[in-house]
Design a protein around this ligand. Structure first.
Ligand SMILES: Cc1cc2nc3c(=O)[nH]c(=O)nc-3n(C[C@H](O)[C@H](O)[C@H](O)COP(=O)(O)O)c2cc1C
Length: 360
């Protein structure tokens, strides 16, 4: 069990993918450090304009010759009506005022153009690509394959995994309910798709027959060994990497991760218009108090962005989206500001020690 077909394919020292995380954590320094240490580093490209994706990929390629990945959100263009935007701003404007920001207004665009991002990804011929929030048509999967990319789809239940398999995906991220960040659910209700990693991983592995990357709540070598025992070929870990030196998130977010408890997170759609798991704070509470005003993703996300950017500059975690998984308290055993390579080394030693225990 010390290697899997997935880890051998990408010549990984251990079956570890560093989860793509939009919003600052997955800098080229983080991605390349993970890949150089023998994991698979992953850039979050969803929030980036196509030119920025290209420059970040160039920066990664300057820092590593090892495989890495790029992730995107599958999104249609948002064209909200004025009333939806005004209603959302009714709840957001009083929060903006705390940072001396003027009332918000409708925006020219609410997210980067997905089709342009995808075209850039095809041009860049990156080794691994992954997608969440939706399903790519099989023609697009075929374009990525023709460009030499290995294609991974995110699923939160079996039907989504089968849809990705039918579209031609090479592997599935099985996103358990424990996971930090946005839910990838694209078929059915999010409330029905909060399946824990322990139940989800073997069901998706059995049903799809594809390599599965288990994601959600995995924070150490015990978790890696458990995921592999459940039929995963690798793990995808996000929250564990948030506290790394190379993760460019505000210090207060890192401090709140270390101070958190197992009960500290909730799933909310109030901050971005799409369900996501994060540490509860005043931003979450205030926006949830106006749940009827929340615009759909990516509109709500864009309308709350300037406020969250101001809070980031002020290092004020009360008004940030503190995305985090349920395993965050387990990061307290790590040295504060641990380097990504050091974390990969520790995970490698831990999961090998766990395997040895089972072998007696
Ligand atoms: C701050 C944050 C941002 C995230 N952004 C993305 C993203 O852009 N794309 C994606 O596919 N998954 C995203 N995720 C999910 C991670 O890639 C990973 O699957 C997840 O963190 C695994 O669960 P864990 O947090 O319990 O380790 C994000 C997670 C976090 C915590």
């Amino acid at each position: 069990m010390s290697s899997t077909a997935f880890s051998r394919r990408f010549d990984l020292r251990l079956p570890l993918v560093q989860g793509p995380m939009a919003g600052g954590p997955t800098t080229p320094a983080l991605v390349s450090a993970v890949s150089n240490a023998g994991g698979l580093g992953f850039l979050a490209g969803a929030a980036l304009a196509p030119e920025k994706i290209a420059s970040e990929v160039a920066a990664i390629r300057a820092l590593t010759t090892r495989p890495f990945g790029v992730n995107l959100f599958v999104l249609d263009r948002a064209d909200p009506d004025d009333a939806t935007v005004r209603r959302a701003l009714g709840a957001i404007d009083p929060l903006r005022a705390q940072f001396d920001l003027p009332p918000g207004a409708p925006l020219a665009a609410y997210a980067p153009d997905f089709r342009a991002q995808l075209d850039t990804l095809v041009d860049l011929r990156v080794p691994v690509v992954s997608f969440t929030f939706g399903l790519l048509p099989s023609e697009d999967v075929a374009r990525l394959h023709a460009a030499g990319s290995y294609v991974i789809g995110t699923a939160t239940h079996v039907a989504e995994a089968l849809a990705w398999r039918d579209a031609g995906a090479d592997a599935i991220v099985a996103q358990g309910a424990e996971a930090g960040g946005h839910r990838g659910t694209f078929i059915g209700e999010v409330a029905h798709a909060l399946i824990g990693t322990f139940a989800l991983t073997p069901q998706i592995a059995d049903a799809s027959g594809l390599p599965v990357l288990a994601a959600g709540g995995i924070m150490d070598g015990r978790g890696i060994a458990a995921a592999l025992a459940l039929g995963a070929q690798a793990v995808q870990m996000g929250t564990a990497f948030l506290g790394c030196a190379q993760s460019a998130i505000p210090a207060d977010w890192k401090a709140r991760l270390r101070a958190s408890a197992d009960t500290s997170t909730s799933v909310t759609r109030a901050i971005t218009g799409r369900h996501a798991r994060g540490i509860r704070n005043p931003l979450m509470a205030q926006l949830e108090a106006h749940a009827d005003s929340v615009a759909p993703y990516p509109v709500q996300n864009a309308l709350t962005q300037e406020l969250r950017q101001r809070a980031a500059r002020a290092n004020d975690g009360d008004w940030l989206s503190l995305w985090s998984g349920q395993g965050a308290p387990l990061s307290r055993v790590r040295e504060e500001g641990i380097g990504a390579a050091q974390l990969v080394d520790a995970l490698d030693a831990e999961w090998r020690a766990t395997l040895r225990r089972f072998h007696g």
